[in-house]
Design a protein around this ligand. Structure first.
Ligand code: ADP
Ligand code: 5GP
Length: 186
């Protein structure tokens, strides 16, 4: 069995964070990559756990130094995957990246063996409900995030798998099956 790199994307609020965090609690053979970002921490977020929170100058310096496997800009902030973290972790465990569509396709170019999984919402209404329920964005930010939805979902054919996050347990099982099969493949 080998360690795999799995990239999980999907619209903001679809449940990526919830799915990935639950998966990692359950499986000792899987770890999540910690991205770098220039956005401000949300309440409860810890530097080095949810993200490495960098200022823009530091982020731009790391781009120059070719420190990112991929990076992108969303909602006015930079987000990037630190290359060294992924390479080190892959020696021991499978690694999950939680990144947007553009980043995922760039990651596939850098790591052609990586498995791309799109998490889709059961409906737009349910997605809006989850974003509102999370309570971490203003109405304007929610509308901004929803405006990207159509584009994100239109890219699903470029993904290896699409998992609908309807029931959390069911979606988790589907993700686990994808990991188990990919670990067995050559
Ligand atoms: P993302 O990381 O994709 O932005 P989150 O994991 O923060 O999304 O989830 C957004 C909200 O939806 C959270 O409040 C979370 O508890 C809730 N949620 C996640 N998955 C489900 C599900 N299957 N059913 C109902 N609510 C969910
Ligand atoms: P949030 O601010 O809600 O944590 O994340 C906003 C967006 O940034 C999400 O779509 C998330 O998937 C994306 N993102 C998080 N980390 C990375 C990363 O390392 N690279 C890229 N390209 N996108 C990321």
């Amino acid at each position: 069995m080998k360690n795999i790199l799995m990239v999980v994307s999907g619209p903001s609020g679809v449940g990526k964070g919830t799915l990935v965090k639950t998966l990692i609690k359950r499986r000792a053979d899987v770890v999540e990559s910690v991205s770098c970002t220039t956005r401000a921490p949300r309440e409860g977020e810890v530097h080095g756990r949810e993200y490495y929170f960098l200022d823009k100058a530091e982020f731009l310096k790391r781009i120059q130094e070719n420190d990112f496997l991929e990076y992108d800009e969303h909602f006015g902030n930079f987000y990037g995957t630190p290359k060294s973290f992924v390479q080190e972790e892959l020696k021991e465990k499978s690694v999950i990246l939680e990144i947007d569509v553009v980043g995922a396709l760039n990651a596939k170019k850098a790591f052609p063996d990586c498995v791309l999984v799109m998490i889709a919402p059961p409906s737009v209404a349910e997605l809006k409900k989850r974003l509102q329920g999370r309570g971490t964005e203003t109405d304007e930010q929610i509308e901004n995030r929803l405006s990207r939805l159509e584009y994100e979902l239109s890219q699903k054919d470029k993904y290896d798998f699409v998992v609908v996050n309807d029931e959390l347990e069911r979606a988790l099982q589907e993700l686990e099956d994808i990991i188990d099969k990919a670990k067995l493949e050559k």
